[in-house]
Design a protein around this ligand. Structure first.
Ligand SMILES: [Zn+2]
Length: 474
């Protein structure tokens, strides 16, 4: 493959966590970091170590246990912050210190109360200090972000970027901190930096776009087209105010349209939906139903003409298969005949990986429940998993508590954030984008969705139903 590689820098745990209602404790951050590792991100910004002891500990624990991706810690451009970030990253296999300093006149004048000259000097010094710390350990990985770059005087921005490259930065990130930029404008800024800044070819240029005007993904892609090779983004697009560029949208735009965006990422796209689910579950912030890629309606078809097209050939209305992004196959109905294998698979799709013993426990409770309510929906399963994970349900009263807790499958879902029976189309081919679908495929699903509760009636499942489930349970 000679397509340029795009580094996916996930900042769900740092910028994302700053969004209202999305704070996470250390244990939750660790769990999400492990899921991000499975997803295949290149870098995880694990926190802002000087911000709190909790953030420090989270960065430290993630650094110690998540070994493949780069682990970044954020620091303002001052010695205390940089030292603290470096301290938190001590155990990391691949540490990165991420230093930031605002460069726009409005930030310099009202927030920092420093001159451009002071700003330049402070940026240079902080990067030099970060570099001296991490060079000793052999990594030398320092990222610098001129905060509010898109509202910074361009010649001054070029000056700052040049200074930090000379001081040892290896990645230069260009944040559209306030979500103000337009795609062409953002792309042009990246182009100017590449043209004017001496030494820019030695560093990775990165995008970091906010979504205040709904343009975060478009701006990031425009930056990539002009030579940026790292994208900072978050799961479900969470982040300050209107959020960050959504990781799943960036990745799938490149995967679905390689004719326009001929770039590679190392993301395992079938982990996108599980990652979205883990985040929603941890933060208890539901995904907006029409959210691209991971929203519950992203693959639902309601209009009659659409359903008709889908039955004849899913490519009429689907540009990617649900399976390619890890949306569970609705043909696999979980019922009392389902075995451990099918159950384990669905748990994984919902973002839960279990050891054998834990799975046995989930399975025991599942069988009791399935006996009672026939079809076990994802929402039921999530509640049951919660019980096992928290150990809150004792064996003796599990059945009774489940009776109260779980209504029959057709009733209103108790878990507003969880998917109802997930709509999807089994194309009979391997998960992938634009699969070569046989229009006469007997597996084609007949989908009757509605905003609240999708109903799925599937010709194939009707015929094979329980037998097929049983086969999965060997
Ligand atoms: Zn941000």
């Amino acid at each position: 493959m000679d397509r340029p590689h795009i580094t996916i820098f996930d900042t769900t745990l740092r910028d994302g966590e700053q969004s209202p209602g999305c704070s996470m404790n250390v244990q939750e951050k660790l769990r999400l970091a492990q899921q991000l590792d499975r997803l295949g991100v290149d870098a995880i910004e694990a926190g802002f170590p000087i911000a709190s002891d909790g953030d420090f500990e989270a960065v430290q624990r993630i650094a110690a246990s998540v070994r493949r991706p780069i682990i970044a810690g954020l620091a303002r451009a001052c010695t205390g912050d940089v030292d603290r970030a470096w301290q938190a990253l001590q155990g990391a296999a691949r540490p990165r210190i991420h230093v930031f300093l605002a460069t726009s006149d409005i930030h310099l004048k009202y927030k920092l109360r420093i001159t451009r000259e002071q700003c330049l000097e402070q940026a240079r010094e902080a990067v030099r200090h970060a570099k001296s710390l991490c060079t000793k350990s052999g990594c030398g990985d320092v990222e610098f972000s001129p905060e509010d770059a898109t509202r910074t005087d361009v010649p001054f921005l070029c000056q700052v970027v040049e200074a930090v490259i000379t001081a040892g930065a290896t990645t230069v990130n260009i944040p559209d901190t306030v979500g103000y930029s337009m795609p062409e404008e953002y792309g042009q800024l990246i182009r100017i930096l590449r043209e004017k800044v001496a030494g820019i070819e030695r560093v990775t240029i990165s995008t970091h776009c906010h979504n205040d005007l709904g343009l975060a993904v478009a701006n990031s892609l425009a930056g990539v087209q002009e030579g940026a090779r790292q994208v900072e983004c978050t799961i479900n697009g969470i982040g300050e105010r209107a959020g960050n560029a959504s990781l799943e949208e960036i990745v799938m735009a490149m995967r679905v349209r390689p004719d326009r965006y001929a770039y590679e990422t190392t993301i395992a796209s079938e982990q996108l939906y599980p990652s979205s689910q883990v985040l929603a579950e941890i933060t208890r912030v539901p995904v907006q139903p029409n959210k691209a890629i991971t929203g519950r309606n992203a693959f639902a078809h309601e209009a009659g003409i659409h359903q008709d097209g889908m039955l004849k050939n899913p490519l009429t209305y689907e540009i990617m298969s649900p399976q390619s992004v890890g949306v569970p196959d609705s043909r696999l109905v979980l019922g009392k005949h389902s075995g451990r294998h099918a159950l384990a698979l669905r748990c994984e799709q919902l973002g839960h990986q279990f050891e054998r013993r834990e799975l046995d426990e989930v399975y025991r409770k599942f069988v009791v429940l399935a006996d009672r309510i026939k079809k076990v929906q994802d929402s039921h399963l999530l509640e049951l998993i919660q019980d096992v994970v928290s150990g809150s349900a004792s064996n003796s009263n599990a059945a009774t508590s489940q009776t109260k807790k779980f209504p029959p499958a057709a009733a209103t879902l108790p878990f507003p954030r969880a998917l109802p029976a997930v709509v999807g189309v089994n194309t009979g081919v391997n998960p992938g984008v634009n699969p070569g679908v046989n229009p006469n495929d007997a597996h084609a699903a007949h989908i009757l969705g509605s905003a609240g509760q999708a109903q799925v009636s599937i010709a194939f499942a009707d015929r094979h139903g329980e037998q097929e489930d049983y086969l999965w349970g060997v």
